[in-house]
Design a protein around this ligand. Structure first.
Ligand SMILES: *[C@@H]1O[C@H](CO)[C@@H](O)[C@H](O)[C@H]1NC(C)=O
Ligand SMILES: *[C@@H]1O[C@H](CO)[C@@H](O)[C@H](O)[C@H]1NC(C)=O
Ligand SMILES: *[C@@H]1O[C@H](CO)[C@@H](O)[C@H](O)[C@H]1NC(C)=O
Ligand SMILES: *[C@@H]1O[C@H](CO)[C@@H](O)[C@H](O)[C@H]1NC(C)=O
Ligand SMILES: *[C@@H]1O[C@H](CO)[C@@H](O)[C@H](O)[C@H]1NC(C)=O
Length: 409
């Protein structure tokens, strides 16, 4: 923990406070100071409560379906990607933006349209998988102290506040993106650290935990090593941050950027998802975005590369660099992409209502500038967290909900 002595961590990252306990699980919320009105990139850890289309998950959070796949190193470029039906229990990382409001890092709220049989508790614990508590939703919507298990009016629009953290997009002075993770039954800080390739000490410091003990429903900020971008302030995708082993789409899905696995340098190439993209050729050169040429010379290897420099004034900015290196680089290694897991029993697809109805998301999410990433269609394997077992009561509620929905149709 070189960079973060405990005292500094405690001072800078402040305290985890207990949200008022709603029906049992008290959620820990990390309060992070910030300045200005900037937003930063963050991830939400979301576990599917039912078989759901990629587009439905994305709509819940106001995200781009391909961006969601890219953030999980799933094959976002394959045809029909947004309509795949993902299996219940799948853990996903959903890219989001974290706002700064009144000097505090603030969740970006999403809007959710209540369905028949929804209650505050089911929206909080089932639909949003514990990312918000019934109390937080109640407060965010100025609702009176009603029973969290009382049915909501179908069609009513709720604002759902979601947790996020950025901590300067660094951890131990290295670029990091923070995942808001809801602790599940059976988790320990050790198991969470192992699953996310971090350490108990790091998680404890980041979350200012006195002792490394968590309870189901707690929300932890987990730092993931990431590739940072160096775009100018004027770029609309300024601050783009991509977690190791994953992809992001940007510039209106014209550019895909990946991070890792070998080094943590952002690497961007044209994405073949959209037809109308501005030129991606470096000025005064025949190199295209992502091209690297290497030439052995007596002094070493002359390497020239054409890199992405952000979306500036609606134009894809590129930058050409060349220099001598001791040895010539091999071909670029991309993080492996996994095939999208598909719900086993597609015939019994009872999931939420079709995309627009299920959760109309996102009023407040200033969609990640042209988010989403495409990657080369590489093989499987990958780093996404393991599917953890779904908490039983939730499973049951999810089933009841699904059945209820089924009969509504
Ligand atoms: C934020 O990170 C930058 C480098 O990425 C560093 O220069 C700056 O001091 C950091 N600020 C804080 C408050 O940690
Ligand atoms: C990035 O991910 C790769 C593959 O998952 C891993 O081998 C490497 O150690 C990771 N890098 C860091 C800095 O965590
Ligand atoms: C340059 O990049 C373009 C776009 O990614 C690619 O089609 C082309 O094959 C690359 N050329 C070289 C020489 O790497
Ligand atoms: C490296 O190659 C580039 C383009 O091929 C050229 O412009 C540059 O002068 C070369 N640099 C050296 C040090 O040879
Ligand atoms: C972007 O556009 C603004 C005005 O529209 C202009 O002032 C600025 O110089 C432009 N920036 C670049 C990098 O072209």
């Amino acid at each position: 923990m070189a960079g973060w002595p405990a005292a500094e961590a405690a001072g800078a990252l402040v305290v985890a406070i207990l949200a008022a306990a709603a029906g049992g699980a008290a959620g820990k919320t990390t309060i992070e100071p910030c300045a200005g009105a900037d937003t930063c990139a963050a991830l939400l850890g979301y576990t599917l409560y039912a078989d759901m289309k990629v587009s439905e998950v994305a709509a819940l959070f106001g995200a781009d379906p391909r961006a969601v796949l890219a953030a999980n190193a799933l094959d976002f470029a394959s045809p029909g990607a947004a309509n795949r039906i993902l299996p219940a229990g799948l853990p996903l990382r959903v890219p989001t933006r974290c706002a700064c409001s009144d000097g505090v890092r603030k969740s970006v709220a999403v809007r959710y349209s209540a369905r028949p049989a929804d209650t505050l508790a089911s929206v909080a614990d089932v639909v949003f998988a514990g990312l918000a508590s019934a109390d937080q939703i109640r407060t965010a919507n100025g609702l009176s102290a009603e029973d969290p298990d009382a049915p909501l009016d179908a069609g009513a629009t709720l604002v759902v506040p979601l947790p996020c953290a950025c901590f300067n997009s660094t951890d131990n002075n290295l670029p990091a993106v923070y995942l808001s993770y809801v602790v599940r039954v059976g988790d320990t800080v050790q198991s969470i650290a192992a699953t996310h390739a971090t350490t108990v000490t790091d998680i404890s410091n980041v979350n200012a935990m006195g002792s490394p003990i968590v309870a189901p429903g707690d929300i932890l900020a987990i730092p993931l090593p990431a590739c940072a971008s160096m775009f100018p302030n004027s770029a609309s995708d300024y601050g783009l941050l991509v977690a190791n082993g994953t992809y992001a789409l940007t510039a209106g899905n014209c550019v895909q950027c990946s991070c890792g696995p070998g080094d943590l340098k952002l690497y961007c190439t044209p994405a073949s998802l959209t037809a109308s993209c501005s030129s991606m050729q470096c000025p005064n050169s025949n190199l295209m975005l992502g091209n690297v040429t290497a030439q052995s010379t007596s002094g070493g290897c002359n390497v020239s590369s054409c890199s992405y420099a952000g979306l500036v004034n609606g134009t894809i900015a590129t930058s050409l660099s060349s220099g001598l290196q001791p040895t010539c680089p091999g071909p670029h290694q991309f993080p492996p992409l996994r095939a999208t897991p598909i719900a086993v029993n597609q015939g019994s697809y009872l999931a939420p209502s079709p995309a627009p109805g299920a959760g109309e998301a996102g009023g407040d999410i200033p969609g990640f500038p042209g988010s989403s990433n495409v990657s080369p269609a590489n093989g499987p394997s990958g780093s996404v967290s393991q599917a953890a077992s779904v908490n039983r009561p939730h499973q049951i509620v999810a089933l009841i909900l699904s059945v209820a929905l089924y009969f509504q149709m």
